[in-house]
Ligand binder design. Structure first.
Ligand SMILES: [Zn+2]
Length: 136
C-alpha cells in the first residue's frame, strides 16, 4: 500500500475504533456502507474509496478483538427490547431502550392518569399504523 492510501485507512480505522464503544452495532456491520448510518461518523475530510472504508472497518474490528483486555473482551448482546446490539450485557438494553424504559416508568408514576391516557393514545396510533402497514 502506498503511504497516502494507508494513511487514510489508518485515520479511518482510528475514527471507527473511537465510535465502537458508543455504537457497538459497528461490530456487526457487514459492509462499510453501514458506517454512514452511525451517528457521529464523518469521513468527508478523508474522502476514502469504498475499498479503503471496507479495509478500515475490517481493521477496526480486528484491533477491537485483539485489543487491551477488559473493555475489548466485551461482545455485544442483542437488546431484549429491540434487538439492537449493545455492550450492556447486564441490563440487556441498548442505550435508547434503557433510557425510554427508565424514564417511562417514572413518567407513568408521576404523571398518573394523564400519563396513562397519553401512552394509551400513542399505543393506539402505533397499533393502527402497524396494521395499515401489514395490509399493504
Ligand atoms: Zn433496544
Amino acid at each position: 500500500m502506498n503511504p497516502a492510501y494507508s494513511g487514510i485507512v489508518e485515520k479511518l480505522t482510528e475514527r471507527i475504533l473511537k465510535l465502537i464503544p458508543s455504537h457497538p452495532e459497528i461490530l456487526t456491520l457487514r459492509s462499510a456502507w453501514g458506517l454512514f448510518e452511525v451517528p457521529g461518523f464523518d469521513c468527508k475530510d478523508l474522502d476514502p474509496s469504498m475499498a479503503q472504508a471496507e479495509f478500515a472497518l475490517t481493521e477496526a474490528k480486528r484491533r477491537r478483538r485483539l485489543g487491551a483486555p477488559g473493555e475489548f473482551e466485551m461482545a455485544p448482546v442483542p437488546c431484549e427490547t429491540c434487538g439492537a446490539p449493545t455492550l450492556m450485557d447486564g441490563t440487556k438494553r441498548c442505550d435508547g431502550c434503557w433510557e425510554v424504559e427508565r424514564r417511562l416508568k417514572a413518567y407513568l408514576i408521576r404523571g398518573g392518569e394523564r400519563a396513562r391516557e397519553f401512552i394509551g393514545t400513542c399505543w393506539t396510533k402505533v397499533g393502527s399504523a402497524k396494521t395499515k402497514k401489514a395490509r399493504t
